[in-house]
Design a protein around this ligand. Structure first.
Ligand code: GUN
Ligand code: ZN
Length: 445
């Protein structure tokens, strides 16, 4: 009944965003249908509306999954995480540069083994679906095999995913280093094989300025110039020690962002993880280029990196996403990520209401990665990547929800107290790929 290509309908409370709630004020940014129907055909959303209006026209043999009183939204989008860090999460006691040297780099050396990369890809993708995340932008390792594994498994499930082979040629263990030539050639081979293959897209992935020589950044610039519409992903201004190191390595550069500008890497669909300690100049340069800053609250708290300044980003017109950053980040759940984002912003005397948070997890993150025209909304023509949410999934949620009166409050409590237990079902391209409590996914044989 849920085969790709088939027609099906989902009946539930439907919630979708078409604009940023902070820009237009609550009410103008979303559509909410108390008894809604989402009609899906060939992996796309065909119609969305009142169940009472759409049901009479539905084909008699069209299966209807009745999820009332659950809530259906677009699947969550996680614009920054690391495939090889599922067994790094929760590594104790250090900040960024030491955390990389002591825990992360040694772990990543294991990913030259296809069995390790395959197992991690299977785990990660299924864990994302268990948390309602249907699209992610992933760093793999410097081993091309890690990208092969991730894309192979993503394609098997039918997910829209973005990923790339990390390029790094200095300041890491020998076993992780490529060279300017190898980084370029291996990336190109992966692009030829995977970019635009079904729902998959390649991201040009220099790890960050400290692990690339100027020669490698030049090769990266050449690659990026050959593929002007391709995603670029890297890290920027996460930690003060990191920023001081960049100043030492690139003495000619006026700031950290200028290193990436020098090599043509600041542009639309360039995703910069963290962006905590940006100057006004840097924020302006990123905004003007149409680039994206990615806020990773659980990681920024766990590694003691600092507090993202969301209001400064908004004022600068800098596109902003919110992400888990597994495994500097500590949760796979975008609900938990939003909750921790709220707390980071609270320390800055900034806010993140429920509607703004759910906008960010769906349409906002979709726009942040340049896919605002195909995912992130429950609307006709969009890809049928959906999550069904139970706002009363636990005793604590049920108790708290007794005192909730508005949708805004319900969403805010859901993100604050909810987690994978609130994820009832996840759909990708109209196919059910996760059902709560089953631990598996429905796939054609
Ligand atoms: N900067 C460069 N590499 C990494 C990484 O793997 N995680 C985080 N949080 N920051 C980085
Ligand atoms: Zn990262």
């Amino acid at each position: 009944s849920s085969d790709a290509g088939g027609t099906l309908a989902i009946r539930a409370r439907v919630l979708t965003y078409h604009a940023h709630p902070l820009g237009v004020g609550e009410g103008g940014s979303h559509r909410y249908i108390e008894d809604g129907l989402v009609v899906i055909s060939d992996g796309l959303i065909e119609a969305v509306g009142e169940a009472g209006a759409l049901l009479p026209d539905l084909a008699l043999d069209c299966p209807v999954a009745d999820y009332r009183p659950f809530l259906v939204t677009a699947g969550f989008v996680d614009p920054h995480l690391h495939l090889p860090q599922t067994q790094v999460v929760g590594s104790y006691g250090t900040e960024l540069m030491e955390w990389l040297q002591r825990y992360t780099f040694p772990e990543e050396t294991r990913y030259g083994d296809p069995a390790v990369a395959d197992a991690a890809s299977r785990f990660l993708l299924h864990e994302l679906l268990r948390n309602g995340t249907t699209t992610a932008v992933a760093f793999c390792t410097s081993h091309p095999q890690s990208v092969e594994s991730f894309f192979t498994e993503s394609q098997r499930i039918g997910l829209r995913m973005v990923a790339g082979k990390v390029m790094m040629d200095r300041n890491a263990p020998e076993a992780l280093l490529d060279t300017p030539r190898r980084g370029y050639d291996e990336s190109k081979a992966l692009i030829a094989r995977w970019h635009g293959n079904g729902r998959l897209a390649y991201a040009i992935s220099p790890r960050f300025a400290p692990t690339s020589t100027e020669a490698q950044l030049e090769a990266t610039q050449a690659l990026a110039a050959e593929y002007p519409a391709m995603h670029v992903q890297t890290h920027l201004c996460e930690n003060t020690g990191e920023i001081a190191f960049v100043a030492e390595l690139f003495p000619w550069s006026k700031d950290y962002t200028a290193v990436y500008e020098r090599y043509g890497l600041v542009r639309r669909k360039a995703l910069f993880g963290h962006c905590i300690h940006l100057s006004e100049r840097e924020r302006g340069a990123l905004a003007e280029a149409g680039a994206t800053a990615v806020f990773c609250p659980t990681s920024n708290l766990f590694l003691g990196s600092g507090l993202f300044d969301r209001d400064a980003a908004l004022e600068a017109g800098l596109r902003t996403g919110i992400a888990t950053d597994i495994g500097g980040g500590t949760s796979y759940s975008m609900l938990t990520t939003a909750a921790e984002g709220y707390k980071v912003l609270a320390l800055r005397r900034q806010t993140l209401p429920g509607h703004a948070a759910f906008y960010m997890l769906t349409a906002g993150n979709a726009d942040a990665i340049g896919y605002g025209d195909r995912i992130g909304q429950v609307a006709p023509g969009f890809e049928a990547d959906l999550v069904v949410l139970d706002t009363h999934a636990t005793p604590a949620l049920r108790r708290r929800m007794e005192r909730v009166e508005t949708l805004e409050e319900e969403l805010f409590v859901l993100m604050t107290m909810g987690d994978d237990r609130s994820i009832v079902s996840t759909y990708a391209a109209g196919r059910k790929v996760h059902a709560r409590g089953t631990g598996g996914i429905d796939l054609p044989p």
